[in-house]
Design a binder for this molecule. Structure first.
Ligand code: PBG
Length: 324
C-alpha cells in the first residue's frame, strides 16, 4: 500500500504514545465520597459497595489521614441517621450538635488541610426518604429550600469548604448563596448537583444511608435520563444563582451531558461516578470477568476526557494508591 497517512506512527512506542496523550488524570482531580455513622470505633462495610465502609467519627478521621498520605485531599461526607431521629422536615439536619456537624468540626480542627464537601438535601434525615419535604404526596419546593439554606449555613459554620446541594429543588442555589453571604460565609463554595438524573445507579448509595424513598420515586425533581437540553437550562440557572462548580450525576451513562456542559459553561465541571457505577465494576472483577484496576483507570479517564475537571468517585483512594 502506498499510504501517506499512517496514524499508527503516533502509537509506535510508549514514549511517542505519551508525547501525544491528550488527557491526564491526577489524584488532585478526585473527591472521595465517604459515609459516616454514630458511635465510637465502629466501622461497617456496605454490602453492595465492596471495600467502602461507614465510619464513626474517630475512625473517619483516621481514614482521612490515611487518604491524605496517599494524596487524596478532598472528601464529600454523607451521614447514616438513626431511624428514630428522622421526621418529615428532617429536623435533625439542623441540630447544632448532630453527628454530621460535630464530625465536620472535628475533622477541620484536626486535619485543616482536608478539603471537606458537605451534602445538602433532606433524604438522610427524612422519614419519607425524599430530598424535600413531602406534603399530600408532593415534594414541596419552597419550604424545602428554606430548610436547605439553613442546613448550608450550619455546615459552613462547622467549617465546610464546599457546600454540595444534591436535592434538585428549584432556586436552591440562589437561596443558599444569599443565606451564606448574609451569614458572612462569602468564601464558602457551592458545588451544585446541577444535572442530577433520576437514576437507578444510586441503588447501593441508598443501601449505605438507608435512605430509599418510602413511597414513589424522585422523578418530580431529578431529571429524565432522556433529556439533555434541560441540562443547559439547569446550568444557566445555577450559574446565575451563584454556583462555583457545576456537577453532572451519574457520570458514565451521561458523558455526553458532561461534554455539553463543558462546551457551554465557563465554570469548572464535576462529575459524580456514582455508587452503582462503582459496584458494577467490583462485581464483575470479583466474578473474574474484568481486570479491576485497568477498568477503573479507563472509566475515570473517560470521565475526564468527556470534560470533567473534578470527579467524585469511590475509587479515589484505590486510584491514589495505585498511582503512587
Ligand atoms: C441524595 C443523594 C443520592 C446520591 C447522592 N446524594 C441518591 C439519591 O438521589 O437518591 C447518590 C450517590 C451515589 O449513588 O453514589 N441527595
Amino acid at each position: 500500500m502506498s499510504l501517506l497517512k499512517r496514524p499508527r506512527r503516533n502509537r509506535k512506542s510508549q514514549v511517542i504514545r505519551n508525547l501525544v496523550e491528550e488527557t491526564q488524570l491526577r489524584v488532585e482531580n478526585l473527591i472521595y465520597p465517604m459515609f459516616m455513622l454514630d458511635g465510637v470505633n465502629t466501622q461497617q462495610e456496605i454490602k453492595s459497595m465492596p471495600g467502602i465502609c461507614r465510619f464513626s467519627t474517630d475512625l473517619l478521621v483516621k481514614e482521612i489521614t490515611a487518604c491524605l498520605e496517599v494524596g487524596v485531599k478532598s472528601f464529600c461526607l454523607f451521614p447514616l441517621v438513626n431511624d428514630s431521629l428522622k421526621d418529615s422536615i428532617g429536623s435533625h439536619a439542623t441540630k447544632a450538635d448532630n453527628l454530621y456537624l460535630e464530625a465536620i468540626r472535628k475533622i477541620k480542627t484536626s486535619l485543616p488541610e482536608a478539603c471537606i464537601m458537605t451534602d445538602v438535601a433532606l433524604d438522610p434525615y427524612s422519614s419519607d426518604g425524599h430530598d424535600g419535604i413531602v406534603k399530600d404526596g408532593k415534594i414541596i419546593n419552597d419550604e424545602t429550600v428554606s430548610r436547605l439554606a439553613e442546613m448550608a449555613v450550619m455546615q459552613a459554620q462547622a467549617g465546610a469548604d464546599i457546600i454540595g446541594p444534591s436535592d434538585m429543588m428549584d432556586g436552591r442555589i440562589g437561596s443558599i448563596r444569599k443565606a451564606l453571604e448574609e451569614a458572612g460565609y462569602t468564601d464558602t463554595s457551592i458545588m451544585s448537583y446541577t444535572v442530577k438524573y433520576a437514576s437507578a445507579f444510586y441503588g447501593p448509595f441508598r443501601d449505605a444511608l438507608d435512605s430509599a424513598p418510602k413511597s414513589g420515586d424522585k422523578k418530580t425533581y431529578q431529571m429524565n435520563p432522556a433529556n439533555i437540553r434541560e441540562a443547559l437550562l439547569e446550568a444557566e440557572l445555577d450559574t446565575e444563582e451563584g454556583a462555583d462548580i457545576l456537577m453532572v450525576k451519574p457520570a458514565l451513562s451521561y458523558l455526553d451531558v458532561i461534554q455539553t456542559l463543558k462546551q457551554n459553561s465557563n465554570l469548572p465541571i464535576a462529575a459524580y461516578n456514582v455508587s452503582g457505577e462503582f459496584s458494577m465494576i467490583k462485581a464483575a472483577a470479583k466474578a473474574g470477568y474484568l481486570d479491576h484496576d485497568k477498568v477503573m483507570n479507563e472509566v475515570l479517564l473517560s470521565i475526564k476526557r468527556a470534560g470533567a475537571d473534578i470527579i467524585l468517585t469511590y475509587f479515589a483512594k484505590e486510584f491514589a494508591m495505585l498511582s503512587k
